[in-house]
Write a protein that binds this ligand. Structure first.
Ligand SMILES: Nc1ncnc2c1ncn2[C@@H]1O[C@H](COP(=O)(O)OP(=O)(O)O)[C@@H](O)[C@H]1O
Ligand SMILES: [Mg+2]
Length: 175
C-alpha cells in the first residue's frame, strides 16, 4: 500500500489509494486521531479526492454528517469528537477573504479541528501549525503525500501512521 516517493521529508511516503474507499479509510483513520485545534490543509487539483478524505475525517470523529464541498457557504460544520470545520478556498479571490473568515478563532471558540481544501489559494495565510496532505492522481486511483509543519502536526502524523493510515489490509478494490 505504500510507495516511496523519494519525497521532501525524511521517511515520508506517498500513500497509494487505488479506490475511493481507500481515500475514505485514510480519512477515517485521520479523523480518529484529531484533536481540537488541529489543522489539516489539503492541496491538489479538482477530483484529487480532497472532499472524499474530509468525508472520511468527519466519519472518523464520529460525525454522521455527509461532507460535501462547502463552495458557497465557505465553511461546513460537522459535530463530532472533536467537531470539524470544513472550508473550501476554491472560490476565494483574495487572501483577505480567508483571513476575514478567522477560521482558527472559529475553531478555538467551537472546540473544533479544521480541514481546508484548496490551500494553494492562501498559502501565506494558513494556520502556522498544520498537517498538509497533498492529493494527486495516480496511474490507478489517487495518492496522498502527508507533510507535517509544527510539533503538534508531527504528533498527529505519527498517530495517523501508527494507525497504519487506515490502509493496512485494504483490498485495493479495482475500479
Ligand atoms: N482513491 C481514489 N481512486 C479513484 N477515485 C477516487 C479516489 N478518491 C476519490 N475518488 C473519486 O474522485 C472523485 C472526486 O473526488 P473529490 O473528493 O470530490 O475530489 P476533490 O474534492 O479533490 O475535487 C469522486 O468521484 C471520488 O469518489
Ligand atoms: Mg472538493
Amino acid at each position: 500500500m505504500f510507495r516511496h516517493s523519494g519525497g521532501k521529508q525524511e521517511g515520508e511516503s506517498s500513500l497509494w489509494l487505488p479506490s475511493p474507499r481507500d481515500t475514505l479509510r485514510l480519512g477515517q483513520a485521520l479523523g480518529r486521531c484529531l484533536e481540537a485545534g488541529d489543522c489539516v490543509a489539503l492541496f491538489g487539483p479538482v477530483g484529487a479526492g480532497k472532499t472524499t478524505l474530509v468525508q472520511g475525517m468527519a466519519e472518523g470523529t464520529g460525525s454522521e454528517a455527509h461532507a460535501t464541498s462547502p463552495s458557497f457557504v465557505l465553511v461546513h460544520r460537522y459535530a463530532g469528537t472533536p467537531n470539524l470545520l470544513h472550508a473550501d478556498l476554491y472560490r476565494i479571490e483574495r487572501v483577505s477573504e480567508f483571513e476575514d473568515l478567522a477560521l482558527e478563532e472559529m475553531a478555538e471558540a467551537e472546540g473544533a479541528a479544521m480541514a481546508i481544501e484548496w490551500c494553494e489559494r492562501c498559502r501565506g495565510a494558513l494556520p502556522a501549525v498544520r498537517l498538509e496532505v497533498h492529493m494527486s492522481y495516480a496511474a490507478q486511483g489517487r495518492q496522498a503525500l502527508p507533510w507535517a509543519i509544527g510539533s503538534r502536526a508531527e504528533a498527529l502524523l505519527d498517530a495517523w501512521r501508527r494507525a497504519g493510515f487506515g490502509l493496512r489490509g485494504a483490498t485495493g478494490d479495482r475500479p
